[in-house]
Ligand binder design. Sequence first.
Ligand code: FAD
Ligand code: SIN
Length: 521
Amino acid sequence: MRFTVDFLVVGSGIAGLSFALKVAPYGKVCILTKGDASEGSTRYAQGGIAAVMYDSDSFDKHIQDTLVAGDGICDREVVEMTIREAPDRIRELVQYGVNFDLDKHGDRFDLHREGGHSEFRILHHKDNTGEEIERGLLEAARRHPNIEIKERQFAIDIITQHHLGQRVTKHTPDIECYGVYALDCDTNRIDTYLSKVTLLATGGMGNVYSTTTTPIISTGDGVAMVHRARGVLSDLEFMQFHPTSLYNPAEKPAFLITEAMRGAGAILKDFDGHEFMQKYDSRLSLAPRDIVARAIDNEMKLSGKEHLYLDARGIGKKHLIEGFPTIYAKCLSIGIDITKDMIPIRPAAHYQCGGIKVDRNGESSIHHLYAAGECSCTGLHGGNRLASNSLLEAVVYAHNAAQSAIAAIGGITTNNAVPDWNAEGMVLNEEMVLITQTKRELQEIMWNYVGIVRSDLRLQRAFDRLNLIFRETEDLYNRSVLTEPLSELRNLIACAYLIIKMARARRQNVGLHYSLDLVEK
Ligand code: FAD
Ligand code: SIN
């Protein structure tokens, strides 16, 4: 089937929903989302959203903290713009119906602190901030008459001149986006969505790795689509590993233990109950994430242990139960009482700092194609994202992209010459086990060779092994009916390839990219 809309949004997390709400007064909006609308990283966000709301803090301090965490390679103008816009975007979230916790007097936001922040500036809703943001935005979007949300619609590819039979390379100067092809996961039909403006808000790619805090939908689809469409991508070597995911090996995704717990006083310890961060950084357990994750990784390798501990007992029973109810209940469900026991933790792939390269308006190198949220690369994070700057970046760039798209849409016409998806020549689907097994292999390769600590040899090994998987999967793709798992696998392979390629090209240790063969920046 063919559908024509003004604004097409792929993804229903904080970025997609914020953009949709802003453009909705100016045209027909369709949101495609591959699972249930509420499923995505947004709803699992715990810590909160960083913003300078009161005079006790300052924009300059938040800017400085972001630049320091980014290890000197953030885009300073982008950092300044994002942080100065933050209070306005927070007020809009509140207007959409999102609730943040207030302090005991009830007239100011209660603020948390996380690693790398010099001040308490994290707005939160208990320890389930993302769930509250997703609820508020989704309810607002569902109320809007111009917004249609279509669940279980899997965007496969961006439509460009390539689909009109023209040769498109990365040197083609004016690649244009006319919409997307999307698989209806209920009927297995591939539909054509034509749009004047398209926003990719497809989230992260944590599932490139075997241990990740990200939900199963985070398979880098947007990045892979832009890669296939020959758009510009950047900074994918900077995969952020969160230092403290709950060590519960059978559980996928790994459950997060928020950094706000360290902000409240929890301390990293080894098996003997000794602190160890003093060996690595004067900021101890509250050093930026790249440093803490590497320290834990090193301690685990030295001791041969599969995890270390976070000791939250000093925070006190009342504060723990009231301030971190989700974590308290989760740990209790597997026999850990965090008011009495230390919490077993280990690092997990958490956030992709790189992605689809966008300008300050959120526009990609492909005309009429915008990107916002985790799938984009704005320059805010540099080599390492500061905690709780991700939700902030998503709302700031959804806003900027919306303003730019609203201004541009009057001059854009729908391209009706686009053909429907060609499914000719495809035979029955291959065994599912081939796909799941290959995905597992890929995740192990990336975890073992392209993880927190890298080397030239490890990257070469990963590349060689990935090459084999790539060829086998392309062969499968050419013979099979397209399904969501197969499409996701191809996307994960594309993302893994891009991470390795960019990691090999980065010849200095900076931020999250750390190789045994390279010198410090
Ligand atoms: P998501 O919320 O991940 O949404 C992606 C959407 O795209 C989904 O709706 C998905 O279905 C859809 N989609 C993807 N591919 C396709 C496709 N092919 N076709 C159709 N739809 C598709 N950041 C902070 O700033 N503060 C925090 O406290 C914080 N805590 C976190 C805790 C956890 C456990 C995790 C995993 C992340 C956390 N982050 C946090 C990071 C932050 O939550 C994410 O970066 C952010 O929510 C991403 O929002 P998004 O809108 O870009 O993507
Ligand atoms: C956390 O709560 O520790 C996650 C915050 C983030 O990813 O920014």
